[in-house]
Design a protein around this ligand. Structure first.
Ligand SMILES: [Zn+2]
Length: 241
């Protein structure tokens, strides 16, 4: 979600933990966003009570378009995650949480997956085409919320792992392409899961040859400039497809 495209804006109230949620078009107050210990609460007026406004308000708070977003985000992390690091040195790209999600089936763990409806539709098409060529593509992971990413990192911290070590394999909440609902981690039957060796599989060969036709691109090729390691399993649907 691009913050400049949201229907709402946030304005700080006199209390440091409360923001007013304003309708971007007429600047009317439509609700409040409250920051409480480890939670962001969104309270909306009756007329505006729907989930997408909630998501927009939270995304906007986590990723304000203003120049001070890093500072706000850093404050939020410090407050909620007890994650101590220098955010200025953190150079991964920011990703917004999906505005729309649809349930699809199933990942390799037999869990339902969630994807943006468009990405999901093209994933199904791609899977079908691969199957015709004898390749059984499987999803390891699709949409992951900012909240989920936070829990993932906190669990590891609570188990005694150092943040520097964790960040070699997980990005901070707000920085995963999986938040968008467009990214999928792939494998195929009998192949390795989330390992570089996946690049030697028939499935990877098929994807390199065909995935682009379905709008899926390799986000993190070898020596990419984002700072993320080479991930032959991670493919992302480009919404302008
Ligand atoms: Zn991934």
């Amino acid at each position: 979600m691009n913050p400049s495209l949201t229907r709402i804006s946030l304005s700080k109230s006199s209390s440091s933990d409360t923001y007013f949620i304003l309708d971007r078009f007429d600047n009317k107050k439509i609700g409040k966003l409250l920051v409480k210990k480890d939670k962001i609460k969104v309270k909306l007026k009756e007329k505006y009570k729907n989930k997408s406004y909630k998501t927009e308000a939270k995304s906007l708070f986590l990723h304000p378009s203003a120049d001070n977003w890093l500072e706000l985000y850093w404050q939020y992390l410090k407050k909620t995650n007890k994650v101590l690091m220098n955010i200025d040195e953190y150079s991964f790209p920011i990703h917004f949480e999906a505005g729309r999600l649809k349930r699809f089936k199933k990942d390799i763990f037999n869990r339902d997956i969630f994807l943006h409806p468009l990405a999901g539709r093209y994933w199904k098409k791609m899977k079908k085409a691969a199957k015709k060529d004898g390749i059984k593509l499987q999803i390891i992971s699709a949409f992951r919320s900012i909240q989920y990413q936070k829990k993932l990192i906190l669990n590891k911290i609570n188990k005694g792992q150092k943040l520097e070590e964790i960040l070699k394999v997980n990005v901070l909440p707000g920085f995963s392409e999986h938040h968008t609902g467009f990214a999928i981690d792939l494998t195929s039957k009998g192949e390795v899961v989330l390992e570089e060796e996946f690049e030697k599989s028939d499935a990877f060969y098929w994807l390199v040859k065909n995935a682009n036709q379905f709008g899926f691109y390799l986000s993190y090729p070898r020596n990419n400039s984002t700072g993320v390691i080479y991930e032959p399993w991670h493919w992302c649907f480009q919404s302008d497809f």
